[in-house]
Ligand binder design. Structure first.
Ligand code: BGC
Length: 763
């Protein structure tokens, strides 16, 4: 069975049409690669395919490199790449740079080939104590503003490079379509178009303009996790997904395709499996869809120990050696085998035994060397370069601006902005924590910002600064930091005592930080203690602002009616408290919109692009479907202190053919009395199609600023092909018939006059 799956992969590759190369080959780069490859022994080649965790080089203090281990790992095993941080925590730029310099010195001395160091820089310089953070990607999705993806990418690359590290494992671009999955906050939300646009901008900002010659202010990306990682059937991390073939190409592949086309140099593979095939053994996806069909010459790296998982967890290989062969033959170019250098020995044996063709080995090695050459590492394994902007005020301001545009006002009966002079009670376990504002991948893997950057303001500190002398803080419920899921009632009575003497209560609830599999849980509802806190506050009869600080939309359907206003700040990072204070006070205006559907019921977890057939209440006769989309707040929802009116939605052609490019315009007017920003979202609906159509799909977005009374015309260029879908035969198709475009309550009908089916896999 296993063998037939792989054979199928190879057949698919052979038949696949060849696409244009994603990155034009550079003569000098290729010549360098060939020259180095020619002089390499089999052992050296095998070593280049291995990436180990830095812990294999640490001495007993865990703060310094052990010379004997350096000799062993680089000298004997000839390992080509190292990842992660010493002692599992962030270090300063200087400390990190010194460590990488040492590794490079030994690598050049013993192998003559530079090592490539990679780091998980997720929302900025995750692992540099003195670097900069931006809000997590889920917040950037909520800004619907491409500029913030660019700013994050630029700063992240610059600061990482300043620490002598040329490779970041970013952007994260898993579609967050199931709120049970613990990693949805790492990427830009549930929609493929939003994800593709933001991830492409981040990719280009990280790598700079020329992927063949990455300069000293830029780094290589690793798109992750390729692909379909975010929708495990169980909702638990790294467990199997079942994804319809058409959805796989149309929704899950689309963001990756966008980034491959934009020059992404590497991608990390989905740790789990799709339709029964572990992604690390999926030749159809790895070699077929990416390398063959796109002509992509970049590098595919495994995720953490995932070759081992082929036999330990997934049982598709009998032992490690078989797993290594399976992965490499499927298209893996570098094995992240964190603690086991013997992986390179297995590769040598497998090549000698003919179980890995020498051509595949050489192809993989070329891809590793090409990456190193494109990064200029052969010429400069380390570099002396001034980085005057490292940790600068400009990055801090950008982070604050992004936080302002990302916090989403979901409900407001008029209690916000807070009345001047109001006395405020702040409560809840998220009120005084930088850890919760930042989430995971913040100085440590699981997130521990309070221990590293006490200088930033928590929510309560920011409110105290904004409303001096008027804020009282009583937590009510506190987290037990030993387990992110645990919280403890401190005292409800204290909260109620203070509530009597204030004008408004700001109740900050949500989640403590977590990352990856440890973030698995069994109940998406907000914790019982926190819900009770909200009820206790409500019983005092004072207006309540509910602040949600969480990595995923925890269910609050039963307590939401008790709040006068609700703000979801998600994970806005170090300036998120300051941004919230400015927004609640009315100094600034809200403009964030949800990049995911906020569900209401545990048995009704939906995405906005559900099938039309999923929303149907009754039919003639007695059958009651009772399948109504009853959600808390929809994708794209977010309020402001001002109001916007949409008018004159207009499409250049009422009828079109597949090759056309449509121009769609809409007028947006600020009809309120305050300046504001508005994310203008354009959707399409295919009214009749050969597969049950999605009810609507996002096709464009623009963020605009409007003064009171001002009108702007927003123009979208919409290629007709953007309205195509992948049919039951796996081919892209645009079918004759009616479509509806909608934007801000306006809609326009248009008609496609002929059907087109694309014979190429991608359009
Ligand atoms: C995660 C990746 C990460 C890698 C290296 C894995 O556990 O899934 O996102 O890049 O570890 O730290």
């Amino acid at each position: 069975m296993r063998k037939s799956l792989i054979l199928l992969g190879i057949l698919a590759i052979a038949c696949a049409p060849k696409g244009p190369s994603a990155i034009p080959a550079d003569k000098a780069v290729e010549a360098k690669v060939e020259k180095v490859l020619k002089g390499m022994t089999l052992e050296e080649k095998a070593g280049q395919l291995v990436q180990l965790n830095i812990s294999v080089l640490e001495d007993e203090t865990r703060e310094a490199l052990d010379p004997a281990k350096l000799e062993l790992i680089l000298g004997r095993y000839k390992v080509g790449s190292i990842l992660n941080v010493m002692h599992d925590r962030a270090h300063s730029r200087e400390e990190t740079a010194a460590m990488v310099r040492k590794i490079q010195e030994v690598s050049m001395d013993l192998i003559g080939i530079p090592c490539i160091y990679g780091l998980d820089m997720i929302h900025g310089a995750t692992y540099l104590t003195d670097g900069s953070f931006y809000p997590q990607e889920i917040n950037l999705g909520a800004t619907f503003n491409r500029e913030y993806a660019r700013l994050l990418g630029r700063a992240m690359a610059y600061e990482t490079r300043a620490a002598q590290v040329p490779w970041v494992f970013s952007p994260v671009m898993d579609l967050g379509r199931d709120p049970r999955w613990p990693r949805i906050w790492e990427s830009f939300g549930e929609d493929p178009y939003l994800q593709a646009e933001m991830a492409r901008e981040e990719t280009v900002a990280i790598q700079g303009p020329d992927p063949n010659h990455i300069d000293l202010e830029h780094a290589a990306v690793s798109l992750k996790h390729f692909m379909g990682y975010g929708v495990p059937v169980s909702g638990k991390d790294r467990t199997p997904a079942i994804i319809a073939e058409n959805d796989l190409r149309e929704k899950f592949f689309a963001p990756f395709l966008e980034c491959f086309r934009a020059g992404a140099l590497t991608a990390m593979v989905n740790s789990a499996s799709i339709n029964g095939v572990p992604t690390h053994a999926n030749a159809i996806l790895l070699s077929g869809w990416v390398k063959e069909q796109l002509g992509w010459d970049g590098l595919l790296v495994t995720d953490w120990a995932d070759i081992d998982n082929l036999y330990v967890r997934d049982h598709v290989a009998a032992d490690k050696k078989e797993a290594v062969a399976m992965g490499i033959n499927a298209g893996i170019d570098m094995i992240m085998d964190p603690y086991d250098p013997s992986c390179s020995t297995a590769i040598v044996e497998l090549v000698k035994e003919g179980r890995i063709p020498i051509s595949r080995l050489n192809d993989a090695v070329r891809r590793v060397l090409r990456l190193k050459a494109r990064l200029g590492l052969f010429d400069k394994p380390v570099w002396d370069y001034a980085y005057p902007e490292f940790g600068c005020e400009k990055f801090a301001q950008e982070s604050y601006a992004a936080a302002l545009e990302s916090e989403v006002l979901l409900k407001n009966d008029g209690v916000l902005p807070l009345a001047p002079g109001a006395r405020i009670l702040v409560c809840g376990p998220n009120a005084n924590s930088l850890r919760t504002l930042n989430g995971g991948w913040s100085y440590t893997w699981q997130g521990n910002a309070d221990a590293f950057v006490p200088q930033y303001n928590t929510i309560v500190e920011a409110l105290e600064r904004r409303f001096p002398g008027r804020v009282t803080w009583v937590p009510g419920v506190v987290y037990d930091d030993s387990n992110w899921q645990l919280d403890i009632v401190a005292s409800f009575q204290q909260v109620k005592n203070v509530a009597k003497n204030v004008d408004v209560v700001i109740c900050c609830v949500g989640e403590n930080s977590y990352c990856e599999t440890p973030g698995n849980m069994d109940d998406l509802n907000l914790s019982a203690n926190q819900k009770q806190l909200v009820r206790e506050v409500a019983s005092c009869g004072k207006p309540m602002v509910l602040v949600l600080n969480e990595g995923r939309p925890r269910l609050i359907g039963d307590i939401e009616p008790l709040a006068n206003a609700v703000v979801d700040v998600m994970l806005p990072s170090n300036f998120g408290g300051d941004a919230l204070a400015a927004l609640l006070s009315g100094d600034e205006n809200f403009s964030g919109k949800l990049p995911f559907t906020y569900s209401k019921h545990i048995n009704a977890l939906h995405t906005y692009d559900y099938k039309v057939s999923e929303h149907r209440s009754t039919m003639d006769g007695s059958y009651n479907y009772d399948a109504v989309m009853d959600i808390q707040w929809p994708f794209g929802f977010g309020l402001s202190y001002t109001t916007f009116e949409y008018s004159n939605l207009d499409v250049s052609e009422a009828s079109f053919v597949p090759g056309d490019v449509l121009e769609v315009t809409v007028d947006v007017t600020n009809t309120g009395s305050r300046a504001g920003k508005e994310a203008v979202l354009l959707y399409s609906s295919d009214l009749v199609a050969s597969l049950i159509p999605d009810v609507k799909r996002l096709r464009g977005f623009e963020k605009i600023s409007l003064e009171p009374g001002e009108t702007k015309t927003v123009c979208f260029e919409l290629p007709a092909s953007a309205l195509a879908f992948v049919g039951a035969d796996g081919k892209w198709r645009l079918e004759e018939g009616d479509f509806r475009l909608s934007c801000g309550g306006q809609s326009a009908m248009l008609r496609c006059m002929s059907t087109k089916v694309w014979e190429t896999p991608n359009i």
